[in-house]
Design a protein around this ligand. Structure first.
Ligand code: NDP
Ligand code: 2IT
Length: 457
């Protein structure tokens, strides 16, 4: 996952060697950083003197602030449980730190830093004034009662509230954090602060400051980006076979928009296995299982007996064994390794859309590009969620509430514009259809200017 990279630029080489030493126990962060630095090299070489004098790259890869804290809470048996909370405030040069909260047992500092680092670039691409941050906890929401979830969220907010604010840092959801959790977090923030600061969190319920279309935004945005990318390469989405890994927020609304665009989504998954429904996934069954019942995807078979279920048994998640034209990894990081990428290429995949953050390893991305598979990189393709969060913040600031169509139209325009930025950078730097590098370069052009303008801080 983390092979050594060597740079032509001696400055970059020096930076990466220093970073390897400092972050040797953070593989996901190193992976995300290397991917970005590799694609920025042509641009860095051009401005090497200035960046070196400013230590720009050293500052770019060092978070402005990391907060870790104890989260004690009482479970239903009366036992005190203790988890670890995080907030990484990585870069605030473009706006208040902005990024989701992840509740999952795998959460650690490396994962928090990789997510916050990528968020800087993603948020820059949206064109909206938001900096990069991320947070979460190693708390496992699976199997917890509603009361336990509430108690955990309240304890988490008791500490987090010291570090956030509508102009300071604005968290939202991510894996394991949806509307229910945001509601409990917002309630506790309001109680402690005694103020109705709606813009302090996004992904709120529409009854109390949330935005229409935020729930749908990441998945819809992914498909708007995919449509633009395919269009630029003279391919239409209609009639294409699609497989989606994951069945959470991003996966569900990617599926919904894909179906609206006339594609045939034939498989979805969770961390246990996947369902294969040749006739096309019945999304209302998935929504009921995942959004209401919080059940396993296997139960789809109770409603659609003609479908098949394949458990994950090897290092390749079962969903990727199903042949499709378009693959949408919408679950978690490093879901698609080189081995899986090879299988997908063999099966004739034409495009991969990263709904999740860093779902493909760097080696998998390289392999796809070498084999002319179009890749919609997560930093660009899943930016619709955070962009719509910023639209939620705007509505909160002006105390307004926009219609679904209004927000969806803005989201679509933002995604079209993000694709254009990737395409323009790809052309400007002669990358030969590499939107991954295109996204990194386009974002860095903006971030580097903002950082340099604000001096050495
Ligand atoms: P959810 O919690 O709603 O869903 C996560 C899905 O991924 C579930 O189906 C889950 O299955 C599956 N999964 C499979 N393996 C893992 C694993 N090892 N760790 C965690 N989940 C796993 O999360 P989201 O849909 O919100 O997020 C999915 C991805 O999209 C993440 O990478 C997130 O960072 C990214 N993202 C989310 C945005 C948002 O607005 N929500 C915006 C941009 C990116 P199971 O239930 O079995 O755990
Ligand atoms: O990864 C992401 O962009 C998110 N989880 C959404 C962040 C947000 O602030 O809406």
């Amino acid at each position: 996952m983390n092979s050594m990279v060597t740079f032509k630029s001696s400055y970059l080489q020096q930076v990466i060697e220093m970073a390897e030493k400092k972050n040797s126990n953070e593989p996901e962060f190193m992976q995300a950083m290397k991917e970005v630095l590799c694609s920025l090299e042509p641009l860095i070489i051009k401005n090497e003197e200035e960046y070196k004098r400013n230590s720009l790259i050293e500052r770019l890869i060092e978070p402005e602030r990391i907060i870790t804290f104890r989260v004690p809470w009482l479970d239903d048996k009366g036992q005190v449980q203790v988890n670890r909370g995080y907030r990484v405030q990585f870069n605030g040069s473009i706006g208040p730190y902005k990024g989701g909260l992840r509740f999952h047992p795998s959460v650690n500092q490396s994962i928090m830093k990789f997510l916050a680092f990528e968020q800087i670039f993603k948020n820059a691409l949206t064109g909206l004034p938001i900096g990069g941050g991320k947070g979460g906890s190693d708390f496992d929401p699976k199997g917890k009662s509603d009361m336990e979830i509430m108690k955990f969220c309240q304890s988490f907010m008791n500490e987090l509230q010291k570090h956030i604010g509508q102009d300071v840092d604005v968290p939202a959801g991510d894996i394991g954090v949806g509307a229910r959790e945001i509601g409990y977090l917002f309630g506790q923030f309001r109680k402690i602060r005694n103020t109705y600061e709606a813009g302090v969190l996004t992904g709120k319920g529409i009854e109390y400051g949330g935005s229409l279309a935020r729930k749908e935004a990441t998945g819809y945005g992914l498909m708007y980006f995919m449509r633009e990318m395919l269009k630029a390469n003279n391919i239409s989405i209609s009639g294409k076979k699609i497989i989606i890994s994951g069945s959470g927020n991003v996966a569900i609304y990617a599926c919904e928009k894909a179906q609206q665009m006339g594609a045939n989504v034939i498989a979805m998954s969770d961390s246990s296995g996947c369902i294969f429904d040749e006739n096309g996934i019945n999304l209302s069954v998935i929504k009921d299982l995942k959004e209401v019942k919080r059940a396993r995807i296997k139960e789809y078979l109770n409603y659609v007996p003609s479908a098949k279920y394949f458990e994950n048994i090897s290092e390749i998640p079962s969903v990727y064994n199903i042949e499709a034209d378009i693959v949408l990894p919408c679950a978690t990081q490093n879901d698609i390794t080189l081995k899986t990428a090879k299988l997908l290429v063999e099966q004739g995949v034409i495009a991969v859309g990263e709904g999740a953050n860093m779902p493909c390893t760097n080696e998998a991305v390289e392999y796809f590009i070498e084999n002319k598979v179009l890749i919609a990189p997560g930093k660009a393709a899943n930016a619709g969620g955070v962009a719509t969060s910023a639209l939620e913040m705007s509505q909160n600031s002006i105390r307004d509430f926009w219609t679904f169509e209004e927000v969806d139209r803005k989201l679509e325009m933002i995604m079209v514009n993000i694709f254009k930025q990737c395409q323009n950078a790809d052309e400007k730097y002669n990358l030969g259809i590499n939107y991954v590098a295109g996204a990194n370069i386009a974002a860095f052009e903006k971030i580097s200017k903002a950082m340099i303008a604000q001096g050495i801080i």
